[in-house]
Design a protein around this ligand. Structure first.
Ligand code: ADP
Length: 624
């Protein structure tokens, strides 16, 4: 029989080395991983056989654990879908998981490496914590050949043809490490009670029977069918890990028990952190659909709106036909009912968490708030609810606030909620000159740092119900914290000033052709000399940046440069412009460029900007 030798990719080899040297971590999980894989393989076989009845083999699906203390071997066998030769190489020969590199980096910097490795979802590779050698013998459903994969966890593996398996499926045999000494506290994984203990702790809910010594050792009870009071937090966490292949505990779980015209049960989880690509493992992403406890499909997108795509879990209904397919799901009225009530339940649970466990809700918000907020735009019916459970940064404190909390602090004369969007950098947004007229008068402003916020602000009028407080974008120049009387008085003063500004305006428009709508004095800025304002209905600099980074060319935007009439530099500039001082144009340009920087944008001509600053410095130093 020919034998072929392969080498693991570098990351896999590195990870294997780490696995082997990890002494104190939770080794038990290797058995959980093997059982999970066997269970997935049985699910897949069931689905394949439904599609093609010719494939059905006349055996009862089962997972079998065998231990041989004399040979020091432990095996986990299933008669599931099995693997072809290519699949063996692809699935067991490469670590496809995204996040492996990041994990390795973290593990290297961390003294608690052993702890970490026990938590990282390395799946199949975890066997090398307990075994010095692994053999996998497998035959694919409907295939004729049986193959054997062997690895000593030393960076390479071999594939050979093997003796024909009588039925499809996979047997993983571990040759246990001899150096694991029970006297050092190492568990004996060949011991009956150890095996039973691990299965009942981590794999009890597996829906397929797990045999050990001809007896079934798991209850096979679907965890979502059991009363909440019977289930420990740990069981929920283990089920989540089985389902998602995440190695961390979930942030929270949500149980749904809907009875009435449509019956269904659900067990949903919010992960503790956003995965690197939001769907770390597409096969196990989203929500799995079960019909009457029978697994139907993973990642059932019709069960949940796109902006809740970070939620994982199971939904099980008795009311759906077993032969349902992905294609017809969307039009199935029961699915629509399930979707609506699931969504409602999720929002209610989020609200509860927000009210009762703010710290955890903040974690949820940090991880998934950006995604959840997409719903405000995409799902107008839910916009109000979603805004109600949204958290915002504010000028009032360093924490988070809800709209309701903001409203409770609002001054009586305030017509709406003052908001400023832009920059993904909170500290920079807090320094925006646009805040000055508001904060100097004691008004609180919400600071919005997600890209979707600008869209929310521009559409607030359409998406908010009549009775909701307006979201007022203070970047617009018609939003000011003044009473009508004050505004009138201001306008009058501005008119007087405007004549003095004429030479300055002319100079600026000439110096920066096509950039500026106009230049005008401002009485609202209190500290900064200048600030840029978008045209009403125009695009912000932040939006322009977003478009550019998406490869699009934004339409040309002309902005208004506001100059603080009481700022000494501006007063001097007005004078200089009146005297035709040649330095005026350059200083105006610097003010414009500085304002851009404060908006989070790069001056169009950075080298020119630096040169202008250099010249000004040289002048200042010479005169000083
Ligand atoms: P994960 O299970 O998280 O995908 P693993 O490293 O545990 O990662 O397994 C990698 C892949 O190998 C699985 O996704 C599956 O396709 C395949 N595999 C593992 N064990 C089995 C098995 N018992 N039967 C069939 N395929 C398996």
């Amino acid at each position: 029989m020919s034998e072929e030798k392969f080498y693991y990719q570098t990351e896999a080899a590195e990870l294997l080395k780490m696995m082997i040297s990890s002494v104190y971590s939770n080794k038990d999980i290797f058995l959980r991983e093997l059982i999970s894989n066997a269970s997935d393989a049985l699910d897949k076989r069931r689905i394949e056989c439904l599609k093609d009845s010719e494939l059905a083999e006349n055996t009862d699906p089962a997972i079998t654990i065998t231990s041989d203390p004399d040979a020091k071997t432990l095996s986990v066998s299933d008669n599931g879908i099995g693997m072809t030769r290519d699949e063996l190489i692809q699935y067991l020969g490469t670590i496809a998981k995204s996040g492996t590199k990041e994990f390795l980096k973290a593990a290297k910097n961390d003294n608690a490496q052993n702890e970490l490795i026990g938590q990282f979802g390395v799946g199949f590779y975890s066997v090398f914590m307990a075994a010095s050698r692994v053999e996998v013998v497998t035959r694919k459903l409907g295939g004729a050949d049986t193959f054997k994969f062997t690895s000593d966890g030393d960076g390479s593996f071999t594939i050979t043809e093997a003796e024909q398996r009588s039925e499809c499926g996979t047997t993983v045999t571990l040759f246990m490490r001899q150096d694991d000494n029970p006297e050092d506290g190492a568990k004996n994984y060949l011991d009956e009670w150890t095996i039973k203990g691990i299965v009942s702790k981590y794999s009890d809910f597996i829906s397929w029977p797990i045999y050990f010594k001809d007896k079934i050792i798991n209850s096979q009870k679907a965890i979502w069918q059991r009363p909440d009071s019977e289930i420990t937090e740990e069981e929920y966490n283990e089920f989540y890990k089985h389902l998602t292949h995440d190695w961390r505990d979930p942030l929270t779980h949500i149980k749904i028990n809907a009875e009435g015209s449509t019956n269904f049960k659900g067990l949903l989880f919010v992960p503790s952190e956003a995965p690197f690509d939001l769907f770390m493992n597409p096969e196990s992403g989203g929500i799995s659909l079960y019909i009457n406890r029978v697994f139907i499909m993973n990642d059932c997108k019709d069960l949940i709106p796109g902006y809740l795509r970070f939620i994982r879990g199971v939904i099980d209904s008795e009311d759906l036909p077993l032969n349902i397919s992905r294609e017809i799901l969307q039009d199935e009225p029961i699915i629509r009912v399930i979707r609506r009530s699931t969504q409602r339940k999720i929002f209610a649970e989020f609200r509860k968490l927000l009210e009762n466990d703010r710290d955890n809700y903040i974690k949820l918000w940090l991880a998934f708030g950006k995604i959840l907020k997409e719903g405000i735009i995409q799902d107008p019916e839910q916009a109000k609810t979603l805004l109600g459970i949204s958290l915002f940064r504010t000028t009032d404190n360093d924490g988070w606030t809800t709209l309701a909390e903001y409203e409770s602090r609002m001054k009586p004369e305030q017509k709406g909620i003052y908001c400023l969007a832009g920059r993904d950098n909170l500290a920079a947004l807090k320094a925006s000159p646009k805040l000055e007229p508001f904060t100097s008068r004691g008004y609180e402003v919400l600071l919005m740092t997600d890209p979707v916020d600008e869209v929310i602000l521009s559409q607030a009028n359409f998406i908010l119900p009549e009775d909701a407080k307006d979201l007022l974008n203070i970047a617009r120049d018609d939003v000011l914290p003044y009473s009508e009387d004050e505004k009138k008085a201001n306008d009058e003063k501005l008119k007087e000033l405007d004549a003095d500004f004429e030479p300055l305006r002319k100079l600026a428009l000439e110096a920066m052709p096509g950039k500026l709508e106009t230049v005008r004095p401002s009485l609202t800025l209190t500290g900064s000399p200048a600030c840029l304002r978008d045209a009403p209905g125009g695009m912000s600099l932040q939006m322009e940046n977003l478009m550019r980074s998406a490869g699009q060319t934004p339409p040309v935007q002309k902005r208004t440069l506001e100059l603080n009439a009481s700022h000494p530099a501006v007063k001097k500039l007005v004078e200089m412009a009146g005297n035709n001082d040649p330095k005026t144009a350059d200083i105006l340009r610097v003010l414009y460029e500085q304002s851009m920087i404060l908006e989070g944008a790069m001056p169009e001509d950075p080298a020119g900007f630096v040169k202008r600053i250099d010249d000004l410095m040289t002048l200042a130093l010479r005169d000083g």
